[in-house]
Design a protein around this ligand. Structure first.
Ligand code: ZN
Length: 398
């Protein structure tokens, strides 16, 4: 099992492995720089009283608190977007091109950025207005209701994203090729999934990455394969990916994620409530903002949430990674393509470190590493060889 796994990992040329490691490890540092930069911007906004001045301006424009909150948020979003723009260009454009993962020229990339900004302005505007409405009406226990409101909001986004947000960036088509589609739908029926369609997305517009996912819930749930996967993978490899995605579906991962989010939201809002009260009591005078109900303290809320999620990175990553591992195991049983699985895992090594240390995997990986996944596939193969008819050969490097 170990030998078979090592044999697969050894097929990756050393220079390619070094590049993938460098890309992925660079991502660890970027998470830290992103946090530090966002924290610096938030502190600058409150400390310089720019935040208080934006609020005063919004108060002069409208006497309605909801409109004041919205105006404040739009200005806040514009300022932070402009300040963080160079970092975003480096991270999302220059670096992606350097590692050969991006396919867009600057114009279309920028267009996608502007569309994201517009989506963020609309959804963020609704969230901020709604949240401050809750905070003002519910007083001391606002954070419990804030958590509840954020769960409803999150669930609505999961519901509408596949239908209304994702198509702003890519085109989705129903998969046509019967050679690919028929075995997949047969596998779906065998596992009690009432799917009649599989969707294909033109991810090659943005990137060379191979990927697939399950998204949406209630009526909008769907399995989506990206065109890079369809172009670069054999039918066996595609079946192994579909087995994995069906695992997410059958094991109800979208619903479990929402439950996990409920826990995060309640703990996060409790921390936010405590952190806001503590900071405003200490520095409110200097910042020109004293109350949690004052929108001028929004950068502080953003900072506290950023701290919360940074500290919880290993927890959130591990939650997702454990589900991904479950989906892998399900997929091996469903697709019965352990070598297809191993070969896809190597392709995912384009952008994910293949062979990290266990601690590194625990902290930074939101999917199992190549080594973990190939080991599971080879274990499945070894255990199943015993029950296959004599003379059956499964492919792969020997
Ligand atoms: Zn997955």
């Amino acid at each position: 099992m170990k030998a078979a796994t090592d044999a697969y990992l050894a097929t990756v040329p050393p220079d390619k492995k070094a590049r993938s490691d460098a890309y992925f490890e660079g991502g660890y540092w970027l998470q830290l720089w992103d946090f530090l930069f966002a924290a610096a911007v938030a502190i600058l906004l409150v400390q310089s009283r720019i935040s208080a001045r934006i609020r005063d301006w919004a108060v002069r424009i409208s006497s309605w608190r909801g409109v004041q909150d919205l105006l404040y948020f739009i200005v806040f979003l514009m300022i932070t977007t402009v300040i963080q723009f160079p970092l975003v260009v480096y991270e999302g454009y220059i670096r992606e091109h350097k590692y050969g993962l991006a396919t867009q020229t600057f114009g279309p990339w920028m267009r996608d950025q502007l569309v994201s900004l517009a989506v963020g302005a609309i959804l963020g505007g609704i969230a901020v207005m709604g949240m401050y409405w809750v905070v003002r009406r519910l007083g001391k226990n606002w954070w419990v209701w804030g958590a509840a409101a954020s769960i409803v909001f999150q669930a609505s986004i999961v519901l509408i994203a596949p239908v209304y947000i994702a198509p702003l960036f890519n085109t989705f088509n129903k998969l046509q090729d019967p050679k690919i589609k028929d075995p997949i739908l047969s596998m779906a029926r065998a596992h009690g999934i009432p799917a009649t369609e599989v969707y294909e997305v033109d991810a090659s517009r943005q990137s060379t990455r191979v990927s697939a996912y399950v998204t949406g819930f209630l009526g909008t749930q769907r399995i989506v394969l990206n065109d890079n996967l369809l172009k670069r993978c054999t039918p066996e490899e595609i079946q192994s990916v579909m087995g994995h995605e069906m695992g997410h579906y059958v094991l109800h991962h979208v619903y479990k994620d929402l439950l996990f989010f409920c826990v995060l939201a309640v703990v996060g809002f409790a921390f936010l409530n405590w952190g806001m009260r503590w900071s405003l009591a200490r520095w409110g005078e200097r910042w020109g903002t004293h109350e949690i109900t004052d929108v001028a303290a929004l950068p502080l809320a953003v900072l506290l949430f950023a701290i919360f999620f940074l500290v919880l990175t290993p927890v959130t990553n591990s939650w997702i990674r454990m589900q991904e591992y479950e989906a892998d195991i399900f997929g091996l049983d469903a697709a019965r393509q352990p070598d297809g699985e191993a070969l896809v895992d190597l392709k995912l090594g384009d952008y994910r470190k293949l062979d990290p240390s266990p601690i590194e995997e625990m902290i930074f990986f939101d999917h199992p590493s190549g080594r973990t996944r190939i080991t599971a596939a080879m274990r499945w193969k070894a255990e199943n060889m015993a029950v296959l008819p004599p003379g059956t050969r499964l492919g792969g490097p020997q």
